[in-house]
Write a protein that binds this ligand. Structure first.
Ligand SMILES: Nc1ncnc2c1ncn2[C@@H]1O[C@H](COP(=O)(O)OP(=O)(O)OP(=O)(O)O)[C@@H](O)[C@H]1O
Ligand SMILES: [Mg+2]
Length: 258
């Protein structure tokens, strides 16, 4: 692993106020590092804070305590001074492809959004190349999102993210809204695309078996805290934490293929 982390989290918390006026720590004092070129999985039960952590890394929400550093610089400074540049470096794919694409725009408009500054001919060429990479037909460019299947929509979302040539990609349960065969297609695509992300990726999921297809390092989260992290084999075969063992025991086909 490269010694200088791409992301560094120091005592990061995200607190929300509850209706009763109390504080709720969705993310609770996390210390964590993400190194370049590594594929990470963030696993944990529903409500453990996975999405909140993914949003913190992409600057969509700000920490209430602690500090996140990206390439050695405070993330809050990136967001304040050069948000566009940061967004080009770190992209996110959301869980729900039915909500993440603007229904008013056709697919060409959606894909062009992030690369508007580019000359028209170059934009067209890049879009043609990316469509091939995510295996979408050029005919989809004239369609609106509601004319596409869930799997196709998620491929559009992936294409849109990759068009800006990000270094790091956060994938928040990108297949959980899809049926099993569509899910398998998207996982195959992500495995192919992984090597093009120089900075690496973070795959957020509650499904450890799925995570094991893509990630080299596992981070296990519960109630806003990191319970355990380690190489895939270590976590899957010799986890020390009872909570991780519980998660592993809930996988129907045990042991998973690693
Ligand atoms: N904007 C918000 N306001 C108040 N509470 C929030 C907000 N966002 C998240 N939370 C709470 O923080 C906790 C963690 O939520 P989060 O979405 O990060 O969990 P998760 O691990 O991604 O869950 P899932 O697997 O269901 O997607 C939950 O209890 C959630 O209700
Ligand atoms: Mg979530």
């Amino acid at each position: 692993m490269n010694s200088e982390p791409l992301f560094q989290l120091k005592q990061v918390s995200k607190t929300y106020a509850t209706r009763e006026g109390e504080e709720f720590h969705a993310v609770d004092g996390i210390d964590l590092e993400f190194h370049r070129g590594v594929s990470y999985a963030l696993v944990g039960e529903s409500g453990s804070g996975k999405t909140t952590l993914g949003r913190l890394l992409t600057g969509l929400v700000c920490s209430t305590e602690g500090e996140i550093f990206f390439e050695g610089r405070r993330l809050r400074d990136w967001v304040r001074k050069s948000r566009t540049k940061f967004c080009e470096k770190v992209q996110i794919i959301f869980q729900n492809p039915y909500l993440s694409l603007d229904p008013k725009w056709n697919i060409r408009e959606i894909l062009e959004e992030g690369i508007r500054g580019m000359p028209g001919r170059e934009r067209k060429r890049k879009i043609a190349v990316i469509l091939e990479r995510v295996r979408l037909a050029a005919a989809c460019l004239h369609k609106k999102p509601n004319a596409l299947s869930g799997g196709e929509r998620q491929r559009v979302a992936i294409a849109r993210a990759l068009l800006v040539e990000p270094e790091f990609l956060v994938l928040d349960e990108p297949t959980s809204q899809l049926d099993v065969s569509t899910q398998a297609g998207i996982m195959t695509l992500l495995k192919e695309l992984k090597s093009s992300l120089k900075g690496g990726l973070l795959f957020i999921t509650h499904d450890i078996a799925l995570a094991s297809q893509l990630a080299e390092v596992f981070i296990v989260m519960r109630r806003g805290k990191i319970i355990e992290q380690g190489l895939r084999q270590e976590i899957l075969l010799s986890s020390k934490a009872p909570y991780t063992q519980q998660l592993l025991a809930s996988i129907p086909a045990w042991p998973p293929l690693i």
